[in-house]
Design a protein around this ligand. Structure first.
Ligand code: E4P
Length: 218
């Protein structure tokens, strides 16, 4: 299973990279705005800076919602670095663009997936990844994890090469549950990823080991 970090914050990306577990980065326009990145040149430079840190895929989202605009933006993003994966929303024009990019060898991450039908269409169009949003489904009282399980099952039935990238994960429990149902990739902020490290018995055991060592070595 691949681990991506869901942020546009360079320090957090460096921190996750230093952990030795990072396979890629996902961003979206809200995450870029949170870092105060605006203007075409700054946005492109920020993606270049992310690509310099990470050894893996970097999802960069288009803003355009018409076919021509998505193609223009996506081609400019893809030209930045071979690590760039063009993130495209699951709308009609987006689907057409995913087919176009796929035929040109440009990799895509189809985002804002909230149903198995959307994921199936994206896979048919040749998306490299689909991003079902678990947390946002949980937010409205449905069970986001069920969607991951359903899409993993459908893709498995037909041998689609499209990878299921579980997104909108907010807790270590979310990450583990997605691993249990066979998500190919998880993307989450740094905090829930680091929280996977925590266990009180580890802390207690380490404190005892260090105290015993100190007792006979002082
Ligand atoms: C997916 O790629 C999105 O960037 C992200 O996971 C959305 O998460 P949120 O619902 O916590 O904003």
């Amino acid at each position: 299973m691949k681990f991506f970090i869901d942020t546009a914050n360079l320090e957090e990306i460096k921190e996750a990279h230093a952990l030795g577990i990072l396979d890629g980065v996902t961003t979206n326009p809200s995450l870029m705005a949170r870092e105060g990145i605006s203007g075409e040149e700054n946005v492109l430079n920020h993606y270049k800076a992310i690509c310099e840190i990470v050894d893996g895929d970097v999802s960069a989202e288009v803003i355009a919602t018409d076919f021509e605009g998505i193609i223009k933006e996506g081609e400019a993003l893809a030209a930045l670095d071979s690590k760039i994966v063009v993130k495209v929303p699951i709308i009609k024009e987006g689907l057409k663009a995913i087919r176009y990019f796929s035929d040109k060898g440009i990799r895509t991450n189809c985002t804002l997936i909230f149903s198995a039908g959307q994921a199936l269409l994206a896979a048919k169009a040749g998306a490299t990844y689909v991003s079902p949003f678990v947390g946002r489904l949980d937010d409205i009282g449905t069970e986001g994890l069920g969607l991951i399980e359903q899409i993993v099952g459908i893709f498995g039935n037909y041998g689609f090469s499209t990878e299921v990238l579980a997104a909108s994960l907010r807790s270590p429990k979310h990450i583990l549950e997605c691993a249990e149902v066979g998500a190919d990739v998880i993307t989450a902020p740094l905090k829930p990823i680091e929280a996977l490290l925590n266990h009180p018995l580890t802390d207690k055991g380490l404190a005892a080991f260090l105290a015993d060592h100190q007792r006979v070595n002082s």
